[in-house]
Design a protein around this ligand. Structure first.
Ligand code: NAD
Ligand code: UGA
Length: 463
């Protein structure tokens, strides 16, 4: 039987966009995205599409087209699990914050809760697909939970489950393009009929040669390792940015020269304030945890270093800012340009801006923060100093100029396009002299800043 109804548990950065794309290419399939968070669901249902819970270029248009046709957002888990032939689990998988494995292992409580809901409400034969990033062998846990009700003698109707792994590789900010033109789609499983059904969905818009099928454990592990390799490149180039600063070599030239070797490749060689986002840190921490669990201590140490370098890059930036500004930033005004963890998203999870801003505040600076997409309420949640009411440590500015007015320094933390062509002559007139630019992404026009008389430091560029 063909798939007629899909349910996705988790209406987040993955569940929302990935289901919107399936809805776009499969108009004959009903897609119901469910979540325990009613606020998130009402944002997905907002009449004004600029109030969707996530900002992602191109997403609004697809939601506008498919919502109320075959794409539906709801909190009614029971109804849509009951109806579904195929269920994606797309819930968050954060790092454990207490107990065994705290700070490293993945907390599977949301995955477990979803599996219990599925096992309670599903009917007939249901394909359950892991879309969340999960530790290798989680499919076994999910299957045990699901099978516990299938075997329950009190259930009159027999239910059966098939578990597949189908990790998501989209990156925020380019999610729509990544979903429409992925490098590959990975499906792991041992039930060929279920695999074929999932392949047939992706085949509506993706070439079959790009759909790779494997066993469950290889699929689960490949997702973790893809993220680990990407993060490793960032830590590698960030160590070299410090070496460039020390020697006078230029990081962009080094990245270009190295990346032109086809065996290395040009992508993911931009040095910056370290990787942020909800996944790299948690996934590599998990890799470290799993490696230790299997007694592979050298493997664990190797990947731990990728995380250590990421933290080091951020702390060295803070030290550099303080040192450059005559050893103190107490009572100085610093404009923070960009708060999201990368451009084209409103997501601030693990954003380098959080650590850097908190440290600058600790050093006594007053921050004026400008980001084109991150809201005040989110920044307030992220900055610890504002646990005290009426804190005077920072404010949000509504424009770049407002943040720079009378500021002693500007720290560029996100590579938003609008930061890349500023009028530095005009800016030099509104900043307090002497003034500094700290460009942690090397995106501003170096010559124009120098010409304006403002001091500039860029990541990976020595004097
Ligand atoms: P998210 O926090 O944005 O969304 C998860 C959603 O799941 C939340 O809205 C939450 O309320 C909901 N949820 C949690 N428990 C639930 C339950 N029991 N029933 C119903 N809803 C529940 O997370 P995300 O960024 O979408 O990430 C989801 C998974 O995808 C993670 O495993 C992550 O590692 C992986 N992933 C994320 C990205 C990304 O770019 N964000 C990319 C690839 C993979
Ligand atoms: C990343 C991966 O790219 C996705 O393939 C994966 O699906 C996803 O994680 C996930 O599993 O969550 P994402 O975190 O959304 O996607 O964004 P990236 O483009 O990978 O950027 C991550 C961080 O690395 C950002 O802070 C970014 O600024 C930084 N980065 C990226 C660099 O510092 N230099 C680079 O060259 C590239």
């Amino acid at each position: 039987m063909d798939i007629k109804s899909i349910c996705c548990i988790g209406a987040g950065y993955v569940g929302g966009p990935s289901m919107a794309i399936i809805a776009k290419y499969c108009p004959d399939i009903k897609i119901n995205v469910v979540d325990i968070n009613p606020e998130r669901i009402s944002q997905w249902n907002a009449k004004d599409l600029s109030n969707l819970p996530i900002y992602e270029p191109g997403l609004k248009k697809i939601v506008e087209k498919c919502r109320d046709e075959n794409l539906n957002f709801s909190t009614n888990m029971k109804k849509y699990i009951e109806e579904a032939d195929l269920i994606f689990i797309s819930v968050n998988t954060p790092t454990k914050t207490k107990g065994i494995g705290s700070g490293q292992a993945i907390d599977l409580k949301y995955v477990e809760a979803s599996s219990r809901e599925i096992s309670k409400y599903a009917t007939g034969k249901t394909i359950v697909v892991e879309k969340s990033t999960l530790p290798v062998k989680t499919a076994q846990t999910i299957k045990s939970i699901l099978d516990s009700t299938a075997k329950d003698k009190n259930h009159l109707e027999e239910k059966t489950f098939s578990v597949l792994s189908n990790p998501e590789f989209l990156a925020e900010g380019t999610a729509i393009n990544d979903l429409e033109n992925p490098d590959r789609v990975l499906i792991g499983g041992d039930d060929q009929e279920a695999i074929d059904k999932l392949v047939s969905i992706y085949s509506r818009w993706i070439k079959k040669t790009k759909v790779l099928t494997t066993d469950l454990w290889s699929s689960e592990l490949s997702k973790l390792i893809s993220n680990a390799f990407l993060a490793q490149r960032i830590s590698s180039i960030n160590t070299i940015s410090a070496l460039c600063e020390a020697t006078g070599a230029k990081i962009k030239d080094v990245s270009l020269a190295v990346g032109m070797d086809r065996r290395i490749g040009k992508h993911f060689l931009n040095s910056g304030p370290g990787f942020g986002g909800s996944c790299f840190k948690k996934d590599i921490s998990n890799l470290v945890y799993i490696s230790n669990h299997y007694g592979l201590f050298e493997v664990a140490e190797y990947w731990q270093k990728v995380l250590d370098i990421n933290s080091w890059q951020q702390s060295r930036f803070v030290e550099l800012i303080v040192k450059t500004m005559f050893g103190t930033i107490s009572s100085k005004t610093i404009a923070i340009l960009g708060f999201s963890f990368k451009a084209n998203t409103n997501d601030t999870r693990e954003s380098p801006a959080i650590y850097i801003c908190n440290k600058l505040i600790e050093e006594g600076a007053f921050l004026r923060i400008y980001d084109p997409k991150v809201k005040y309420s989110q920044i307030k949640k992220d900055l610890t100093s504002n646990e005290k009411e009426n804190s005077q440590d920072w404010i949000v500015s509504n424009s770049i100029d407002e943040s720079l007015n009378n500021a002693d320094a500007a720290v560029f933390l996100t590579e938003w396009r609008e930061f890349q062509s500023l009028n530095w002559q005009n800016i030099s007139k509104i900043m307090r002299q002497p003034s500094w630019v700290f460009d942690t992404r090397s995106i501003v026009n170096l010559e124009a800043v120098k010409k304006s008389g403002i001091n500039i430091w860029q990541v990976g560029y020595g004097n």
